[in-house]
Ligand binder design. Structure first.
Ligand code: ATP
Length: 437
């Protein structure tokens, strides 16, 4: 049964403002092109959902009943921008406006086997909505005709949004596509909704039936990584994964321990407080080293293989716990010097530094703070060129001299004015002892 509920004047205004952010003429162009081509155009999914939930419609994903690619082409002609077509799915992305815009042909999907990618055919709006993950994502607003605008609510979305429920559209939904379970856990935290009892039961049953086994490593990795973003939500999502018996999706021996969750929570907070870094922060790099720390190498290798990690990420993950343990060991050493600390902390990524800051070992926390606040900023004013100009041949010994000089600066045994003298002594005597003499 389909209900049409008018948007409030405020909601209509927010929708128009949002469209204008994408392009000043977006709504007018959609109306003009859809009328010319005789197709109907809707905003569906996250946009209407977030308009109701938060008043901030996020992405305006367009669904076209008719030829979506042709419509997107017409829009691109009018607005400019570059069109990227994915003909297999009847979707297109219009790039180069204020931001990108996704346009899809309304479609039906059939699953040849659980977990596989679906077969796709053009369909009606209700068929397009029927293939979606949760009722809250089935709200549509026709914009080819409006204003005035109406929410088209065919699956009780407005009521579910009000009651905070994530409800699936049919009993086989999680079997068709188990990534929906992980999407649901993501929506729980992000949108403050909750899987309803039936969905929770179905999620447990689907997981127990091994439906995740049919999922490719690539799709599983993408969803697991998205689940761990932002990393501030990772702790509660891991709790839910555990509650629903889903940790075994990654590895049968994987368990969530209370102290690991506390470490992850505190490290996530520490990560937020870290100064901006050039490296992009990725939640999985904070969470997986902790969870996998309990497994032997074979277990870690099995998880890395299941997630089809890129070789460099796989190597990083397999070594991550030893890397951290080595750093902890150095930072706990009674006679540690700043240059010892710098050597083990400098190569670390921000997620690993956050884990050091959140560990229950005061010397580790103090050294890490000192490294962040002071040591990492120590730079030589001396350059290799100056040493070459002083008569030394370019080669690895110049690098070693610069490194030794930097370490002496870190330890405070020389000042910036002593750098050249120190490095020259080092090169002449070929050792640190010579430079110190
Ligand atoms: P977000 O704000 O995270 O982007 P979203 O709801 O817009 O949330 P998308 O991943 O952009 O999520 O997907 C767009 C829409 O496509 C969703 O609203 C949902 O209706 C549908 N969708 C995405 N993935 C699936 C899936 N695995 N199964 C069914 N429907 C899906």
């Amino acid at each position: 049964m389909r209900r049409s509920i008018p948007l409030s004047a405020h909601q209509a205004q927010l929708l128009e403002d949002r469209a204008r952010q994408v392009d000043r003429d977006l709504l007018e162009s959609i109306r003009e092109v859809s009328q010319r081509l005789g197709c109907s155009v809707y905003v569906v999914g996250g946009g209407p959902r977030d308009l109701v939930l938060t008043g901030q419609p996020g992405d305006l994903d367009l669904v076209v009943v008719g030829d979506g690619e042709e419509f997107a082409g017409g829009l691109a002609e009018r607005l400019g921008g570059k069109l990227r077509r994915h003909t297999r799915f009847g979707t297109a992305r219009l790039e180069g406006l204020g931001e990108g815009l996704d346009v899809a042909t309304a479609r039906t999907e059939t699953y040849d086997s659980p977990g596989a990618l679906p077969r796709v055919e053009p369909g009606s709006l209700s068929e397009d909505l029927q293939r979606r993950d949760f009722t809250v994502n089935t709200l549509a607003i026709e914009i080819g005709q409006g204003p005035p605008y109406e929410f088209l609510d065919s699956h009780g979305s407005l009521e579910d949004l009000e009651e905070g429920h994530l409800r699936v559209l049919h009993d086989g939904s999680f079997t068709d596509d188990p990534t929906r379970i992980l999407r649901g856990l993501r929506f729980e935290t992000r949108l403050r909704l909750r899987l309803d009892d039936a969905a929770e039961r179905q999620a447990r049953a689907a997981a127990a039936d091994g439906v995740f086994g049919a999922l490719s490593g690539d799709r599983l990795r993408r969803e697991v990584f998205r689940l761990l973003e932002p990393v501030g939500s990772a702790e509660s999502r891991l709790r839910r994964l555990d509650e629903l018996g889903l940790m075994a999706v990654l590895h049968p021996d994987l368990r969530v321990f209370r102290e690991d969750l506390a470490w992850i929570r505190e490290a996530a907070q520490a990560l937020e407080a870290l100064p901006e870094d050039t490296q992009e922060v990725e939640g999985w790099r904070l969470v997986l080293p902790v969870l996998l720390g309990r497994l032997d190498r074979a277990g870690r290798e099995a998880i890395a293989a299941r997630l089809e990690l890129r070789p460099e990420d796989r190597d990083w993950l397999l070594d991550s716990r030893e890397t951290l343990d080595r750093a902890i060991e150095v930072l706990m050493r009674p006679g540690a010097l700043p240059h010892d600390v710098d050597r083990v902390v400098r190569p670390l990524r921000p997620e690993e530094i956050a884990l050091l800051l959140a560990i229950d070992k005061p010397p580790v926390v103090q050294w890490t703070h000192r490294w962040l606040d002071a040591l990492r900023a120590v730079r030589l004013s001396l350059t290799g060129q100056e040493l070459i100009e002083a008569g030394f041949a370019s080669g690895p010994s110049i690098g070693r001299a610069l490194e030794a000089t930097r370490e002496a600066r870190l330890d405070g045994s020389i000042g910036v004015e002593d750098e050249l003298r120190f490095a020259l002594e080092f090169l002449k005597s070929g050792s640190l002892e010579g430079a110190k003499a």
